[in-house]
Design a protein around this ligand. Sequence first.
Ligand SMILES: [Zn+2]
Length: 364
Amino acid sequence: MRTHLRLLPLLLLAAPTARAHPDHDGILIPVVANRGAGNIPRVAVAIEGDKRIVRSNGLPDHAPGAFPRKGNPNTVAAQDYTFAVPLEPEDAPEPVFRGGWFFGVALNGVPFEAGTGEFWENDRRSGWNYEAMTGFLNLGIDAHNAHVQPTGAYHYHGLPLGMETGAKDADGPPAMRLLGWAADGYPIYDAAGHDDPKDAASPVRALRPSYRLKEGERPDGPGGKYDGTFTADFEYVEGLGDLDALNGIFGVTPEFPEGTYHYHITDAFPFLGRSWKGTPDPSFSKGGGPGGPGGPGGRGPEGERPLPPVVRALDANGDGEIDAGEIAGAPDALGTLDTNGDGKLDREELRPPFPPDGPPPGRP
Ligand SMILES: [Zn+2]
């Protein structure tokens, strides 16, 4: 995998409120451009009240890989995103996990999501969830660590290679590079961070995640040696690397010289955070919070008959049928719709589509 990002001159949007450089109270980095045939990426960032609002059509500011492709039968399509994150994030009492939510949004308006909808034997209850980025299951990840959901939503599973921000001089010394915003409002950087996270004068180097492969054999499910095929093949070991279990750390950054909690995207597991330090905004729910994709103000996938969310949740492999394995997995599948975690499915949670991610799994 490439470990550096392609950097090209920043082209500025002619937006009156846009500032070319990040600042303290409102980081507005306009990103434009695109040479893609016909598909014009659109993204606008605004500060509204105590929120940072990212509106975009989800098309990248670089040419995506050719889709459909082997491992991913979907076609990139414009979306209608309105993501909102708090300007002043607050830590939740404990890390927050939400299955099927986007983790965050890149500065170019393309969302991040680490998890997949692919499970061993299509069985969500098995607990054996395939990893997208370890190369054992071909999910059609392109050269930008991205692929496409059935809705047409292009999204990054790792470093958004090719995204242009102009935030770093390619020939200069290593520097931290802001890549986007997590759903809880904390910023997301590439792997580079300060050797002493509290000291902006300390050297910048690639920070290491604190996960490793488990030793031995899987006790159930697919069996065999832990090799990285599944998310559960990895374990967090506090202090093993530089980053915490969320792939984050508190420290100073160019945009937050006083220091902030922030996430890093690494080129090793977990690549992207899987849970949040703070409370994620419902606009990142693919089930659709207010203004979220598929939610009120959002738009369903084009050219695809929207299925009731319960059906979408139960049909883990997206083949339009609910097989015995999927029936067995029904309680867990329905649980994924319970985005507010209150133990029941309310009208809001049942309303919009809940697309599974990617194609049905082939065998690695
Ligand atoms: Zn994906």
